[in-house]
Design a protein around this ligand. Sequence first.
Ligand SMILES: Nc1ncnc2c1ncn2[C@@H]1O[C@H](COP(=O)(O)OP(=O)(O)OP(=O)(O)O)[C@@H](O)[C@H]1O
Ligand SMILES: [Mg+2]
Length: 277
Amino acid sequence: MPIGPYQSPLAFISDAELDAHHASQLVEYQEASPQPAGLKLRGVEKRFGDNQVLRGIDLDVPAGQFVAIVGKSGCGKSTLLRLLVGLDEPTGGRIDFVDDAGRAVEPNSRIVFQEPRLLPWFSVVDNVAVGLGDGVPKAFGRREAERALAGVQLSEKAKDWPSKLSGGQRQRVALARALVSRPGLLALDEPLGALDALTRLGMQDLVTDVWRELGFTAVLVTHDVAEAVHLADRVIVLDEGRISLDLEIPRDRPRRHGDPALAEIEGKLLDTILGKA
Ligand SMILES: Nc1ncnc2c1ncn2[C@@H]1O[C@H](COP(=O)(O)OP(=O)(O)OP(=O)(O)O)[C@@H](O)[C@H]1O
Ligand SMILES: [Mg+2]
């Protein structure tokens, strides 16, 4: 068959060669998987016009730690998360990402919001693959997306449309989309806030499981102090743009709901947030 002038160069490569090429790309991609990114914040400020929202945040988060941020509505929690994942820039101070030895690392940050923000014209698995960005071979992208979906126990929904899923399932897809690229830092902004109480408890366990398995640094913003105490290694209270309390949660996992020691920590946090401490 004569070869026309517009024939793709790939037509000269055998299927086996193409597979080998994709496999080498996957190896590179896996080797490039980031390690957990520790955080180093120094004097971080954020101002919107006259509104000084963050007033000098100093914070060190070791790589792989699970931190929860709580505080009154409007105190700057989402603003801080947006700065951490690079969706906005601080107006003062600096944010560095470091490994355990203090060396600078690329964080490969991802964020999960309260709403899943799925693309309705993409299947579930393709929505997850979106999290890999451009330039990943399609077959491998799909395989990675399927792996991430299995991680959130949603393999059987891979081919469905998002509109066919429950709210909790959609949020699991959003979590898989955030995790598929193996982030070094995962920010979660009220990710369970729209779920009913029972679904929420199940999702808390799921978040704990994927964090323990994948080892990323997690920063969770939540209104629910019990959730913060149940999930995090450490809870930070933000008040008027500053850290007013930074509390370790010295409990092993798995943690039991109703543990009296956790309830006591929860009470202390609530007192601080409500200004009674
Ligand atoms: N893009 C923006 N432009 C102007 N002001 C902003 C912007 N984003 C946030 N703010 C202001 O910053 C302050 C903190 O907002 P932020 O969303 O960080 O609060 P929050 O602690 O996440 O509150 P909530 O618990 O209600 O989600 C608010 O006064 C808000 O109006
Ligand atoms: Mg917020």
